[in-house]
Design a protein around this ligand. Sequence first.
Ligand code: 13P
Ligand code: SF4
Length: 334
Amino acid sequence: MTTTLLPSTTLPILNPQTHDTASYDDTDVIADIKRLKKERGATILAHYYQEGEIQELADVTGDSLKLARAATQVDSPIIVFCGVHFMAETAKMLNPSKKVLLPDLQAGCSLSDSCPADKLWRYQEMLRENGRKFQTVTYINSSAAVKALSDWIVTSGNAEQIVRKVPEEYEILFVPDQHLGNYLSEVTGRKMIPWPGSCMVHEIFSVQDLVDMKRKHPAGKTIAHPECPKNILEHSDFIGGTEAMIRYVGGFAEPTDFIVATEANMLWQLASKHPRHRYLPVPGVSCACNKCPHMARNTLEKLRDCLRDLEPEITWQPEFDKAKEVLERSLLRD
Ligand code: 13P
Ligand code: SF4
């Protein structure tokens, strides 16, 4: 049975001991995936925002940074990327000799879509014409064409470190996530020119519900992803990317309640790694859960089909050459 996360008022607590992630009907599909994976010599990389049943089948699970780095270490001929399009593109750019498959080629990202390359190029030109001296720092949630127009690529895991590297004489054009840009500006003191993009999942949390949950669980700790808007972050005890959240929670020896403002599948990963705690998802303003609809396009059936058919494949595009350079400089070197 697939875990359903109901509104926090109804069923907020995910217990790894009692939640099964795969139904009896899924068992044949899972057996096929395991067999095909071996036959094809494939490595499965899965983002923490995939359903638990997909994460369970992966060789590596991680956030964007961990998976990008893991992609460079793969020595099997095929990478199946269970995540969204920009992540699979990144894996291809960082390990070009591999066949990179994405179970659903339509698995996009609202944040990446908010910054088309032609619009960014025109904006950069306008800033240059106005004599502005700037570097473009781009969140990895962007197309390869946008990465190719950038000086740096950051993930939630290394953003602060990279922003601090940008020489003081440059302004920072931060694209495409305005909330992450504003958060980074606060922690580093660097002035940002933020692009007005945002993640449809992290933007939708209800502040009112969060405040109510904090009142009901006064000993609880609130953890939030920096893609959330300021009105959520200011109620949080800890702000960090997914990998940092796991480390933070792991630092609590005693069972603790965590109120979680990020994509709902992260609760599966948190509960698997640190089952002594309870995890309470902050609901969205208009929906019961906060699952990314783009990530959700990848299903067990599509994973099986792509291993069987060896498609859809991410093929090399002309803009990958320049984007690859920026990615390597930003993610693979200290
Ligand atoms: P991280 O993987 O860096 O935590 O980013 C979260 C996200 O929104 C991925 O699409
Ligand atoms: Fe994009 Fe947000 Fe989904 Fe991540 S969670 S893939 S940022 S829409």
